[in-house]
Write a protein that binds this ligand. Structure first.
Ligand SMILES: Nc1nc2c(c(=O)[nH]1)N[C@H]1C(S)=C(S)[C@@H](COP(=O)(O)O)O[C@H]1N2
Ligand SMILES: [Mo]
Length: 203
């Protein structure tokens, strides 16, 4: 985590002073695992990644094709609505903008429903994904994601609560309206800004 020699409290104070600890959050040095349901199996033969809906060029990529895309590295903080934040995570993968450029959204596309394995979904405005720190990550801190943390691929949207960072992601659906995803249907906020503590409900 690039924080050798400091204890948790010290680091939490440091992040607070630097304005990186959102209200109501505390710093964790561990990396909790949090999801609904079970960890899916990965089969590289049948796995695919789809970009569809309101786009000019829908995509379907095999695992091999996905891995041939240009890669980026980003470092960012991660804030879970259950009140832990993990700092300085280094992610490797494919920029969301790389896929955006290839799929070419139609002008009326304003929201996405991000699809994970087993029917998991999260809704995010297109403008919040069309940012340079947003990526589809295969690696964390130099190691392939573990199955628990989303192997082989997860979305990373650092500026929203981490339930938007869909693990085991399989597709991006472009829509002309906001449609509640899994946690949003279960009472979580439609947008989820950690700086405004948009944890539950719509306001
Ligand atoms: N597919 C899937 N992705 C998911 C979730 C889930 O239930 N299913 N939970 C989200 C929540 S609430 C959080 S906090 C993060 C946790 O990621 P981690 O387990 O790698 O810490 O994953 C998010 N992505
Ligand atoms: Mo979460």
């Amino acid at each position: 985590m690039l924080f050798e020699g400091k204890d948790r409290r010290e680091l939490e104070q440091l992040m607070k002073r630097e304005g990186r600890l959102p209200p109501g959050q505390s710093l964790t040095l561990k990396w909790p695992v949090l999801h609904y349901g079970s960890v899916p199996r990965f089969d590289p033969q049948t796995w695919d990644f789809k970009v569809y809906g309101l786009v000019d060029s829908p995509l379907r990529l095999t695992w091999e094709e996905f891995n041939a895309l240009p890669r980026v590295q980003r470092t960012s903080d991660f804030h879970c609505v259950t009140r832990w934040s993990r700092f300085n995570n280094q992610w490797d993968g494919v920029a969301f903008r790389e896929l955006l450029q290839r799929a070419r959204p139609k002008p009326e596309a304003t929201y996405l429903l991000v699809h994970g394995e087993q029917g998991f979904t999260a809704n995010v405005p297109l403008a919040d994904l069309d940012r340079e720190e947003v990526l589809l990550a295969t690696h964390h801190d130099g190691q392939p994601l573990t199955p628990d943390h989303g192997y082989p691929l997860r979305l990373i949207v650092p500026h929203l609560y981490a339930w938007k960072s869909v693990k085991w992601v399989r597709g991006l659906e472009f829509l002309d309206h906001d449609a509640a995803g899994f946690w949003e249907q279960n009472g979580y906020h439609m947008y989820g800004d950690p700086w405004k503590e948009q944890r539950f409900g719509r306001q």
